[in-house]
Design a protein around this ligand. Structure first.
Ligand code: PEP
Length: 250
């Protein structure tokens, strides 16, 4: 197992309300005081100001779920990396499969978003992952390598600043989880690709995401190349997320 502290990131997707968020953080604050953890919550953009204030007194960092591929200008509805920095955003998810699938995001756009994040001092959490059809066709490795290669190509030596999340699309929100062995196999491929791109950089975190929960978190985190988790559904339930953080802090 790696000695690097595990990083656990919650992705709230389009969930939350002012009152629910406040109650969630109150529970989290009481719980996280007992152990050291590296954690972040990626919240809907409209709640960044509220969550910046609520998380300020906790060890939990603030994250966004997306950002614009543009710097500034006439892009209605978009939020730039610099705007996120105004709210002390530390991490931003880029290339989540829901954005690739429902918003047609391409590998090139994801790479540009990672670039924008890095330029603003935000760590991009670059999501890669294959669909069920791609896995069944034996394409898992080539798909994730292609997705990551686009980000490596666009970001040069800055690549050592990114976090990667392996999220098999067939495991997201489905209750199906990659087995620890399946996750490790893909993480090892991604690790080798990152090493080849930045041989002397410190180990870059590779998170697993896809129906990770309080029951399966330990076996996934025990894999040699699994450095943490990107957690959707289970990060909305305070006690579940807390118990996952406790496992990660072992
Ligand atoms: C995600 O949205 O990144 C995710 C992994 O979701 P879930 O944990 O619900 O599968």
């Amino acid at each position: 197992m790696s000695k690097t502290p595990k990083l656990m990131v919650g992705n709230w997707k389009m969930h939350g309300s002012l009152s629910a968020n406040a109650a969630f953080v109150a529970g989290l604050t009481a719980g996280v005081s007992g152990f050291a953890c590296r954690a972040a919550l990626c919240v809907p953009a409209v709640y960044l100001a509220q969550m910046q204030a609520l998380l300020a007194a906790t060890p939990v960092a603030l994250g966004a779920q997306d950002l614009s591929a543009h710097d500034v200008g006439a892009y209605t509805g978009e939020v730039s990396a610099q705007m996120l920095r105004d709210f002390s955003v530390r991490y931003a998810i880029v290339g989540h499969s829901e954005r690739r699938q429902y918003h047609g995001e391409t590998d090139a756009q994801v790479a540009t978003k990672a670039q924008r994040a890095l330029a603003a001092g935000i760590t991009p959490i670059v999501c890669v992952g294959e669909s069920l059809a791609e896995r069944e066709a034996g394409l898992t490795e080539s798909v994730v390598k292609r997705q990551l290669a686009a980000v490596i190509h666009a970001n040069g030596h800055c690549i050592s600043e990114i976090v990667v999340a392996y999220e098999p699309v067939w495991a997201i929100g489905t209750g199906l989880t990659a087995t620890p062995e399946q996750a490790q196999q893909v993480h090892a491929v991604l690790r080798a690709q990152l090493r080849a791109a930045s041989a002397h950089a410190p180990r870059m975190p590779i998170l697993y995401g896809g129906s990770m929960n309080a029951s399966n978190v330990a076996s996934l985190l025990d894999q040699a190349d699994v450095d943490g988790g990107l957690v959707g559904g289970a990060s909305l339930k305070g006690p579940d997320f807390l118990s996952m953080l406790a496992v990660a802090a072992r």
